[in-house]
Design a protein around this ligand. Structure first.
Ligand code: NDP
Ligand code: 2IT
Length: 450
């Protein structure tokens, strides 16, 4: 079947220099081969060419004034990738590395992730090359206001509902929401991850990290193992990493690392969660400051390791949770993890493992939960926020958490069942991609050529 090579070649020609997007597309297309052998009608409907092309891509200029009175210019994006299953849904990323290719890869992954949740949400993503790091609250506010002044005309509670991602947390969502309300005069659920005083869902902040741990629990239960007493490596030190660590501690596991762009923090006594939250959620400072109060911990700076090796994956442990960013775990890292006896990897981040690293995990047949399955708890809880907004209700933490657990268990079951259906029972990458694709593709066929 030449469609994988042909489709990728076409993408490279029509959308140049989008390497992360090609990587995401290639993984999905490779996994679909056995499905198309059994069900060639997907090819007859040309779903492949239709699904790799966003329905709409919006790019805009954002001008704002910094604290020195200098005018700054950034690029803004919103990719409305696929609306077969519902309104476009996916986060906004503010980071200096963001390009149109980054947003496209994230939007593409989001289509299949959202399908796996079983909820009615399509795939989208947005962001900017603006970096909130080192900016004052006033600068972040003015940037967010300028960003929303462009974005507001493209979003809506039944059309496109953005949320947070890297560099976009409660502060940014607040400023974005305030500006939307000022421009439109409407108080409605056009963003998720909102504050609890003004329409946010209890449990949304925690949901991605908690969900990644629930997914690991599901994978371990299927292998007659548990999290109890397991030593865990976590990368990242943002929203997803912090609440992964919180749930691990609650369930009796011992997270001993986290990381930021400067390096890796290793605390053999177990990460001090209150200190981590204080440093990252309140002070917004480097992990290095953790050492001031914890004697046994050490911080390994990123430049102590060659480019493709990451210190966080070289520490002995039982389970790994990559929760920082894409391609943060290479084949060399995967080898090191496997040699150290890691038998479970649950991805809180989007596409954190390179293609070669993914293949190492699949070949080793360890319990490996790819991001589009393992981190779907965040977007699923965003949909629960939308449901609460549209019914003007606020649910309890118990109710949200119970639904989150059920959704994660269901995603795991779908991935495992689909992997078994295609004769590769431990391959949850195959299971996630086929199960997610099938739901979207079947719907696209039912909707006709639109
Ligand atoms: P945050 O901005 O809260 O935290 C990101 C963390 O990753 C920070 O510790 C940051 O370090 C580190 N990081 C980011 N970029 C790089 C980089 N290029 N190199 C090294 N470290 C980096 O983001 P989130 O926790 O929300 O997101 C983390 C991952 O989880 C992303 O892949 C995101 O797409 C994914 N995700 C997030 C969801 C959510 O609900 N927020 C839902 C599903 C997936 P530093 O502060 O030093 O930059
Ligand atoms: O990657 C993701 O799933 C997110 N950043 C969360 C998206 C959302 O709409 O909650």
């Amino acid at each position: 079947m030449p469609y994988v090579r042909d489709t990728l070649n076409n993408l490279k020609q029509s959308s140049p220099a989008q390497t992360e997007f090609y990587q995401a597309a290639e993984e999905v297309l490779e996994c679909l081969r056995p499905l198309f052998q059994r069900c060639p009608h997907y090819l007859e409907h040309n779903i492949i060419e239709r699904i790799v092309e966003p329905e709409r891509q919006i790019m805009f200029r954002i001008c704002w004034t910094d604290d020195n009175g200098k005018v700054q210019v950034n690029k803004g994006y919103r990719v409305q990738f696929n609306s077969a299953l519902g309104p476009y849904k996916g986060g906004l990323r503010f980071h200096s590395s963001v390009t149109s290719g980054t947003i496209k890869f994230l939007g593409f992954e989001q289509i299949f992730k959202n399908a796996l949740t079983g909820l009615s949400i399509g795939g989208g993503k947005g962001g900017s090359n603006f970096d909130p790091k080192g900016r004052s609250d006033g600068e972040v506010m003015r940037f967010c206001q300028a960003y929303m002044t462009e974005l507001y005309r493209y979003i809506g509670s039944t059309t496109d509902v953005p949320a947070g991602d890297i560099g976009v947390g409660p502060r940014e969502i607040g400023y974005l929401y305030g500006q939307y309300k000022r421009i439109t005069g409407r108080y409605e659920g056009i963003l998720t991850g909102k504050g609890l005083n003004w329409g946010g869902s209890i449990g949304r902040k925690e949901a991605t990290g908690y969900g990644a741990v629930y997914f690991a629990q599901n994978m371990l239960t299927a292998r007659a193992e548990t999290l109890q007493g397991k030593t865990c490596l976590v990368s990242g030190a943002g929203n997803v990493a912090i609440y992964t660590i919180e749930k691990l501690i609650e369930l009796g596991a011992k997270p001993i690392t986290c990381s930021d762009s400067g390096g890796t923090l290793h605390d053999p006594d177990g990460i001090d969660l209150a200190l981590l939250k204080e440093l990252k959620e309140v002070q917004r400072t480097s992990l290095q400051d953790y050492l001031k109060t914890r004697d046994n911990a050490h911080y390994i700076t990123a430049d102590e390791y060659p480019a493709d090796d990451h210190a966080v994956w070289r520490i002995n442990a039982d389970i790994a949770f990559p929760c920082a960013t894409q391609n943060e775990l290479t084949a060399a890292d995967a080898d090191a993890l496997l040699k150290n006896g890691i038998n479970c990897v649950s991805e809180g981040a989007n596409m954190p493992s390179t293609t070669d690293a993914v293949n190492c995990f699949i070949n080793a047949k360890i319990a490996y939960g790819p991001g589009k399955a393992a981190n779907a708890g965040g977007v699923a809880t965003s949909q629960l926020e939308m449901a609460q907004n549209s019914s003007m209700e606020q649910w309890s933490l118990e109710k949200v958490d119970e639904k989150l657990k059920a959704i994660m268990a269901n995603i795991h079951q779908q991935c495992a069942d689909t992997a078994a259906e295609f004769d590769d029972p431990t391959n949850l990458v195959l299971g996630a991609n086929i199960a997610g694709f099938r739901r979207v593709a079947d719907t696209m066929i039912e909707h006709g050529v639109v």
